[in-house]
Each structure stands twice: as structure tokens, then as C-alpha cells.
Design a protein around this ligand. Structure first.
Ligand code: PNS
Length: 171
């Protein structure tokens, strides 16, 4: 079983994340979407909300599971689950500058490699921060987030009765 981890805060998950996760799922037998909590960060959504939005988004797909990272190191999380690679999407060179030290540290800590996938050009401008700001000021983010996130941003509660959305690498 070739297993990969796609880690992140996912506050909230957006189509740029989903596109990279779906491509990772085409390369590995199983992808774990690992939702982290960094206590130095201020989140808009609780860990439970971030997990629920991600789980709802991937519920129709086999081979993609969503788990919390917990309080420890991502490298230990990967080691404990027999993960061969961390997969991250890159939008810009500043993403690479941010990611490279973590990739090197994780390899030194547990031997886990990090693979970088170039983000799709349709989503290079997306960040969770920008989506929250645009949405809170009344902008339309429906083309950039999965339905579970749009419903949460719009304050919709109640069950979602529409058919389960299809998520594929061509979203
Ligand atoms: O979406 P983010 O906030 O940029 O994701 C950062 C993440 C989750 C990849 C990073 O904070 C992480 O790996 N956290 C787990 C704790 C850890 O292992 N820290 C040391 C990283 S070398």
C-alpha cells in the first residue's frame, strides 16, 4: 500500500487544495488529508468544523481519508501510518521558500519525503485567507470552494439534500 499525506490547516479547504489532493490520489493507493492545529495560529473554523468540511467534500471518493494530525509532529504521524510521501501543492516561489525547510526537517526527522505538485493555473490565486476575506465582504467564492464550505460560509445549517458532488482531478 503506497500511502501519502496532504497536510494543512484547511481553514477552510478550497478548490486549490482539492485539485492537488485529487491528483495525489491518482499517484498513491491512499491519501490521508491531515488537518493540523497549530496553537500559535488563530483559526476561523474549529478543528471539528475543518474536519467535517473536508470529510463531506471527499465522502464520495474511496482512497481519500481525512484525519486530524493531533498534537505531535507530522513526521511521527507519517511514520506511525507507514506514509511514504507528504504531497504539497505549490502556487508560487514563496510557497517553495516556506515549504522547503519543513520538507527537509521532516526528512531528517523520520525519512519521509515531500513531493511538490505545481498548482493548477485556475487556482494559483486562491488561499484560505483570501476566500474568508472575500466571502465575509459579500463576494462570490462559489467557484473556489466545495459545497460543504460554501454552505458553512453562508451560514447554512440543516442537511444538504442535493446529490453528492463529484470531485475529480478535473474539477
Ligand atoms: O496549511 P498550513 O498551516 O501551511 O500547514 C502547515 C503544516 C500543517 C504542514 C505544518 O504546520 C505542520 O506540519 N504541522 C504539524 C506540526 C509539525 O510537524 N511541525 C514541524 C514541521 S517541520
Amino acid at each position: 500500500m503506497r500511502r501519502a499525506v496532504c497536510p494543512g490547516s484547511f481553514d477552510p479547504i478550497h478548490n486549490g487544495h482539492i485539485e492537488v489532493i485529487a491528483r495525489a490520489a491518482g499517484l498513491f493507493d491512499e491519501v490521508i488529508v491531515a488537518v493540523s492545529t497549530n496553537y500559535a495560529k488563530k483559526y476561523r473554523f474549529t478543528l471539528t468544523e475543518r474536519l467535517t468540511m473536508a470529510r463531506t467534500t471527499f465522502s464520495a471518493l474511496s482512497g481519500i481519508v481525512v484525519e486530524p494530525v493531533g498534537e505531535g509532529l507530522l513526521s511521527d504521524f507519517c511514520h506511525d501510518r507507514g506514509v511514504s510521501a507528504i504531497v504539497k501543492g505549490l502556487r508560487t516561489s514563496s510557497d517553495f521558500d516556506y515549504e522547503l525547510p519543513m520538507a527537509t526537517m521532516n526528512r531528517h526527522l523520520s525519512g519521509v519525503e515531500t513531493l511538490f505538485l505545481p498548482g493548477d493555473s485556475r487556482y494559483l490565486h486562491l488561499s484560505s485567507t483570501l476566500i474568508k476575506e472575500v466571502s465575509s465582504l459579500g463576494g462570490d467564492v462559489s467557484g473556489f470552494v466545495p459545497r460543504a464550505v460554501l454552505r458553512r460560509l453562508n451560514g447554512e445549517t440543516g442537511p444538504d439534500t442535493r446529490p453528492v458532488p463529484i470531485v475529480s482531478p478535473r474539477i
